[in-house]
Design a protein around this ligand. Structure first.
Ligand SMILES: [Fe+2]
Ligand SMILES: [Fe+2]
Length: 186
């Protein structure tokens, strides 16, 4: 060990360790973080995504009015993308040896974002923007946490974060269109 400078472990040790604890699947000896913490954090992110799917699905159906067709489509597309995030995170939890928590009981307490329906089109857009901003903050924190402890999870969350930022931007633009005033100073 240490003879090759920057590598922490020699190949022979890695080969030997890979044959032990096969029941751990993808989680190997040098997993940098605490796996149970990682699973718990990812289950919170999973709950957030489930809430986002439900909220966008609801909005895609109930949004009415002459100008709402394009908005409905946008909501529906976001619902699909939130469902993809949900799948990615659930798969990762499974890879880490955890059980993805899809239990509807306690869902909104586990989730970072809230389930707010909103009455008018503008309220819906606004609630989605709020939810996206919560998700963005949450993912930034998680990405910092996973850092180089778990680069796979970090990379996955970075992809999700990039899409949440697009979502927030979409909602912001819709809000400008439908509320008629610029929100961001550009
Ligand atoms: Fe998402
Ligand atoms: Fe989103």
């Amino acid at each position: 060990m240490g003879s090759k400078g920057s590598f922490a472990t020699d190949i022979a040790t890695i080969r030997k360790r890979a044959r032990e604890k096969l029941e751990m699947g993808a989680v190997t000896e040098n997993y940098g973080g605490d796996v149970q913490t990682a699973i718990a954090l990812l289950n919170e992110a999973l709950a957030t995504e489930i809430v986002c799917v439900l909220r966008y699905k609801c909005h895609a159906v109930v949004a009415t009015g002459l100008s709402s067709e394009a908005v409905k489509e946008e909501f529906a597309q976001h619902a699909t993308e939130e469902a993809e995030h949900m799948d990615l995170i659930a798969e990762r939890i499974n890879q880490l040896g955890g059980r993805p928590n899809f239990n509807p009981e306690g869902l909104t307490t586990r989730a970072a974002s809230q389930y707010e329906e909103g009455e008018t089109l503008v309220e819906m857009i606004r609630e989605n923007l709020v939810a996206e901003r919560i998700a963005i903050e949450h993912y930034r924190d998680l990405i910092r946490y996973f850092g180089d402890k778990d680069p796979t999870t970090r990379t996955l969350l970075e992809r999700v974060l990039a899409q949440e930022e697009e979502h927030a931007n979409d909602m912001h633009d819709l809000l400008v269109t439908h509320e008629g005033r610029p929100m961001l100073k550009r």
